[in-house]
Design a protein around this ligand. Structure first.
Ligand code: CMP
Length: 214
């Protein structure tokens, strides 16, 4: 992102590995742009810490508390040495007006977050555990730009991650994946799942959705 250096002099902050940038549930008045390094976004779900995302240079975080006037929805922790631009709530309007590039970037990030949130909700609303698991695979495949030409589809995902997306227990997800493996619909590895025919999964999920909302 082309932000001039003066901006870093004025708004730059740095963190060391494992530093907590802010905690979930705190009131939030600042939002951040990552200049360098990676930041982990962590949330407590069912008394367990879950990684929501790992963000890197060019990413923005901490904007939700400002836009929604709510406490922090998750904690932010520096994974390595991190350089950030920290802006206060009051700077938000001025910054956007003075930096169309920035405004555009924010717009892209927000619309993607809204889309992602809606997509995840669609998975959670499915009433059949097997279809939930399939739809997680559909969602991950949708993020692959080569989906149209590439079959079978390789998804870099663990069973635990699928369980997180589906809002299910890992054991239940494991059973479903083992079953799909036996049927020859997927191949299951420690760090990935290969889906033989993703269109099949899309068709099944879509037809259930249609019947749920008919
Ligand atoms: P905020 O709620 O202010 O503080 C936590 C931040 O984590 C939040 O703003 C977003 O910037 C970011 N965040 C929350 N949920 C997600 C998510 N699912 N994926 C990526 N980033 C998120």
């Amino acid at each position: 992102m082309l932000l001039d250096e003066k901006l870093f002099d004025k708004f730059g902050v740095e963190y060391e590995p494992n530093d907590i940038i802010f905690c979930e549930f705190e009131p939030g008045n600042d939002f951040y742009f990552i200049q360098s390094g990676r930041v982990e976004i962590v949330k407590i779900i069912n008394n367990r810490e879950k990684t929501l995302d790992i963000l890197g240079p060019g990413d923005v975080f901490g904007e939700m508390a400002i836009l929604e006037e709510e406490p922090r929805s998750a904690s932010a922790i520096a994974i390595e040495h991190v350089k950030l631009l920290r802006f206060r709530r009051e700077n938000f309007d001025a910054l956007l007006q003075g930096n169309p590039q920035l405004a555009y970037k924010l717009l892209v990030i927000f619309s993607k977050r809204i889309y992602d949130a809606k997509r995840r909700l669609m998975i959670l609303l499915l009433d059949d555990p097997q279809l939930k698991v399939m739809d997680v695979m559909n969602m991950l495949a949708e993020q692959d730009p080569h989906l149209d030409v590439q079959e079978p589809v390789t998804l870099r995902v663990t069973v635990q991650e699928i369980a997180n997306w589906a809002g299910m227990q890992i054991n239940d997800v494991q059973k479903i994946l083992t079953h799909l493996n036996k049927l020859g619909k997927i191949e299951l590895f420690n760090d990935r799942v290969v889906v033989r025919n993703i269109r099949d999964f899309q068709r099944l999920v879509n037809s259930r959705r249609k019947s749920m909302y008919a």
